[in-house]
Write a protein that binds this ligand. Structure first.
Ligand SMILES: Cc1cc2nc3c(=O)[nH]c(=O)nc-3n(C[C@H](O)[C@H](O)[C@H](O)COP(=O)(O)O)c2cc1C
Length: 336
């Protein structure tokens, strides 16, 4: 049965155990992109939930300082899921117990990462080749965690081995409370088109909430994914880069069938707000470095963006970067 996403949107709450996620769009975990500053912005614009980047269970149990830093939670950053990866059930459950103490709203298990460093350790998407081990991991984490456990899977290891339905069923059988499906096999990494029919099949296969993921770049895409697959919510990754307000657009579109496009100047205002948050959270040099790519995404397609990007990429001084952005914004005003 397909549903009319727009009609169902109003005040929609996706229940993940006792947690209620507002709306139908969540921010994807994105290492190196969706850090605290970005997550706070996404929440401000109506993302129903945000996630940490994937965090090594081994690093946690070894009490690696940098890894421990990643599970620090800010109260304003909720609902917040901490995502962990690993391949040893006992290490994963020990890590889950540590993560539980940090107090996230849920713990998400990464069964989708295609990066060599991760799959060489038998973790991430490699677990889609070993479903009995994936089962043991979910079981042992659910046993240790005192909060909802969810999983993020890909459709399979390769186009010839699509196992999403089976993997999702295992997650459900072992007590997982929701499953996110990135509708691409590991072999496709981020290339080619996501096959949303896999999401629809997973939705038919399980009764826990299903979050659909892959190639949602616009509010229309979000509506189409909800409609075509029957998934409970969509997860947006690359579509939110340089555009954290996409959640507001999606929410407006699902509610009213339309949304307002942000003006070029307003886009720079968001970029400046993002920069301000980054400066609050990070050492100035790090904030400048981290913001370079974001600035590139915010200004993409705007007149003069090429020059601005080049200038900002060579700057180290935080004050200069800000004034450069403000000059750019003024130049856009003159264009109007
Ligand atoms: C830069 C980058 C970093 C990512 N890091 C993670 C991660 O830490 N954990 C994870 O589960 N997925 C990660 N992903 C995958 C995304 O969460 C998402 O599944 C994928 O980008 C497909 O969604 P999209 O088409 O909306 O971008 C990452 C993707 C990108 C582009």
């Amino acid at each position: 049965m397909r549903r009319d996403a727009a009609k169902l949107y109003i005040d929609y709450l996706m229940p993940i155990a006792s947690l209620k996620i507002k709306g139908r769009a969540v921010l994807a975990p994105m290492a190196g992109v969706a850090d605290t500053a970005f997550r706070l912005l996404a929440l401000k614009y109506g993302a129903g939930m945000v996630y940490s980047e994937l965090i090594s269970a081994d690093g946690l149990v070894r009490r690696n300082d940098k890894t421990l830093e990643l599970i620090r939670i800010r109260e304003e950053e909720r609902p917040f899921g901490i995502q962990i990866f690993g391949s040893d059930p006992s290490v994963m459950s020990e890590a889950a117990a540590m993560v539980s103490q940090a107090g996230p709203d849920l713990i998400d298990l990464n069964f989708g990462c295609p990066v060599r460093k991760v799959i060489q350790r038998g973790a991430g998407s490699a677990l889609l080749k070993d479903l009995p081990l994936l089962r043991r991991i979910v079981r042992s984490v659910v046993r240790q965690a005192d909060r909802p456990v969810t999983a993020k899977i890909r459709s399979g290891w390769s186009e010839r081995s699509i196992v999403a339905e089976e993997a999702a069923r295992i997650v459900e059988e072992e007590g997982g409370q929701a499953v996110t499906v990135h509708a691409r096999p590991r072999s496709m990494k981020f290339q080619g088109e996501a096959d949303w029919t896999v999401i629809a099949r997973v939705k038919e296969a399980v009764s826990i909430p299903v979050i659909g993921n892959g190639d949602v770049f616009s509010p229309e895409d979000a509506g189409r994914m909800l409609d075509e697959t029957g998934c409970d919510a969509v997860m947006i990754g690359r579509g939110a880069m340089g555009r954290p307000w996409i959640f507001e657009e999606v929410n407006a579109f699902l509610r009213n069938g339309r949304y307002r496009l942000l003006s070029a100047e307003a886009r720079i205002d968001v970029c400046l707000a993002h920069y301000g948050l980054a400066l609050e959270m990070l050492e100035p040099e790090r904030a400048v470095r981290e913001m370079r790519k974001h600035i590139g995404w915010y200004v993409k397609g705007l007149h003069g963006s090429h020059r601005l990007r080049k200038t900002v990429f060579e700057m180290d001084d935080p004050v200069q970067v800000e004034s450069c952005l403000r000059d750019f914004q003024r130049s856009l005003k003159k264009e109007d």
